[in-house]
Write a protein that binds this ligand. Structure first.
Ligand code: FAD
Length: 367
C-alpha cells in the first residue's frame, strides 16, 4: 500500500477539480505545484485590496448550467459582463463589432445602413478566394473594420504580417446588428466574488497541498508515493522532451500600481493600432467593481516563447500536432498515470472547458 491514493501534479483548475472529487470519494490525495501558490493560471495576487490576474485576465463564461452551478457551489460569481473597448490611435470603439461600433465608425444608426456599408466594402474589395488572413477578414467585414480593429492587433498577437497568416485562423467574425457590447454569447458569465483564489481554496479544502515543489526534482520518490499519478504539467517534459519541445506563444505582463482611483473606466481596452507595442491594458479592479483608492493596470505584450518562459498558447500547427501525437501515444501506454489539463493535453482550454474535461475524467475514472 502506498501512502496516497493519488498524487496530483499541478494545483491548477484541472488538478484541483480532480483532487476535490477524489477526496470526496474518500481517496487520500497529495497535490503538489512547482509554483509558490495554488490555482495555476487563474491565480490572483492581492495588491492594495485588488485581485490582480497574475497570468492574464480571466473571465468565466459558459452555456452549461451544470458547470456554472459547479463553480458557483464553491464561490458565488458576480455579474461582470465582458465588454472590451478598442483604442485605435485615440479613437474609441466598442467591441465586439456591433451597432455601437458601426455608429462610431460611420455614424450609421440602423442595422440596414450598417449592413449596406459592410456589403459595399466587401464588394469593392472583390475578394472571391481569400488566400491569407487579411483577405479573409476583408471579405467578411470590409476594409474599415479590418484596418482599424483587426489588422495591427492580430499582427501584434501573432508576431507576423496578416498577409503571411493563413486565412483559416479567422473562420468567421462575429458581427452583431444590435446595440449589445456583451463580448460573449454564453448564457452565464462572471468573476468569483472575492477573486479566483476563493474557487481554488474551496476546491482544495481539506486536501494536503505542497507548493514550491517540482515533480521532476524528486520524480522517483513521487512516483512511489501514490497508487495513481494525475499529471497536469507539460507532456513533453514528462517524457524528457524525447521527440522535441512543443512550442507555445507567450505573453509578457507589465503591472503598475497607480495612485488614482480609475485609470481607463473599463477592465479591458485593446490597442488596435500598429504603433503601440502592447495589445491590451487590463485594469483589474473593474472585474469586481472595485472602489479602492488606487488601481493596478497591466500592459500585455505578446512575445515569442523561449525555453523557461511561461507557456501560454499552444501552437497547434501541423509540426507541433505531429510531435504531440507521439507523446500522446506514449501517454496512453503509461500505467497508473492520468494526463489532463491544458499542458498535458497541449490544447487551449477555456476555464469552463477545463471544468468539463476534469469532471468527465472523474466520471469515467471512478465509474
Ligand atoms: P494550469 O493552470 O496551467 O495548471 C497547471 C499547473 O501545473 C501549474 O500551476 C504548474 O505550475 C503546475 N506544474 C506543471 N509542471 C509541474 C511540475 N513538474 N511539478 C509541479 N507542478 C507542475 N479561460 C477562460 O475561461 N476565460 C478567460 O478569460 C481566459 N483567459 C486566459 C488568458 C490567458 C493569457 C491564458 C493563457 C489563458 C486564459 N484562459 C481563460 C484559460 C485558463 O487559464 C485555463 O483554462 C486554465 O487555467 C487551465 O488550467 P489547467 O489546470 O489545465 O492548467
Amino acid at each position: 500500500m502506498k501512502e496516497y491514493d493519488y498524487l496530483i501534479v499541478g494545483a491548477g483548475l484541472w488538478g484541483s477539480i480532480f483532487a476535490h472529487e477524489a477526496n470526496n470519494r474518500g481517496k487520500k490525495c497529495l497535490v503538489i505545484d512547482r509554483r509558490t501558490h495554488t490555482g495555476g493560471n487563474i491565480f490572483c495576487e492581492n495588491v492594495e485590496g485588488i485581485n490582480v490576474h497574475k497570468y492574464g485576465a480571466h473571465i468565466f463564461h459558459t452555456n452549461d448550467k451544470e458547470i456554472w452551478d459547479y463553480v458557483n457551489s464553491f464561490v458565488e460569481f458576480n455579474r461582470y459582463t465582458n465588454s472590451p473597448v478598442a483604442n485605435f490611435n485615440g479613437e474609441l470603439y466598442n467591441l465586439p463589432f456591433n451597432m455601437n461600433t458601426f455608429y462610431q465608425l460611420w455614424k450609421v444608426r440602423t442595422p440596414e445602413e450598417a449592413k449596406e456599408k459592410i456589403r459595399q466594402q466587401v464588394e469593392e474589395a472583390g475578394i472571391t478566394d481569400p488566400k491569407n488572413l487579411e483577405e479573409q477578414a476583408i471579405s467578411l467585414v470590409g476594409t474599415d473594420i479590418y484596418e482599424k480593429l483587426i489588422k495591427a492587433y492580430t499582427e501584434k498577437q501573432w508576431g507576423r504580417k496578416a498577409t503571411e497568416l493563413p486565412a483559416f485562423i479567422i473562420k468567421r467574425l462575429p458581427v452583431r446588428f444590435t446595440f449589445d457590447n456583451n463580448y460573449f454569447n454564453d448564457r452565464y458569465q462572471g468573476i468569483p466574488i472575492g477573486g479566483y483564489n476563493k474557487l481554488t481554496e474551496g476546491l482544495l479544502k481539506n486536501i494536503e497541498v505542497r507548493t514550491g515543489v517540482d515533480f521532476f526534482e524528486n520524480r522517483e520518490e513521487f512516483t512511489n508515493i501514490a497508487e495513481t499519478i494525475v499529471y497536469t504539467g507539460p507532456i513533453d517534459e514528462y517524457f524528457g522532451f524525447q521527440f522535441g519541445q512543443l512550442e507555445y506563444r507567450s505573453l509578457r505582463f507589465d503591472n503598475q500600481l497607480l495612485d488614482q482611483e480609475n485609470y481607463q473606466g473599463n477592465a479591458v481596452v485593446n490597442y488596435t493600432d500598429g504603433e503601440t507595442p502592447f495589445t491590451r491594458i487590463i485594469e483589474h479592479k473593474h472585474f469586481e467593481f472595485g472602489t479602492q483608492p488606487k488601481t493596478v493596470i497591466t500592459h500585455e505584450y505578446p512575445q515569442e516563447w523561449v525555453k523557461g518562459a511561461e507557456p501560454y498558447y499552444p501552437v497547434n500547427d501541423d509540426k507541433n500536432t505531429a510531435v504531440f501525437n507521439q507523446y500522446k501515444e506514449l501517454a496512453a501506454q503509461e500505467e497508473n498515470v492520468i494526463f489532463g489539463g491544458r499542458l498535458a493535453e497541449y490544447r487551449y482550454y477555456d476555464m469552463h472547458q477545463v471544468v468539463g474535461s476534469a469532471l468527465k475524467k472523474v466520471k469515467t475514472h471512478f465509474s
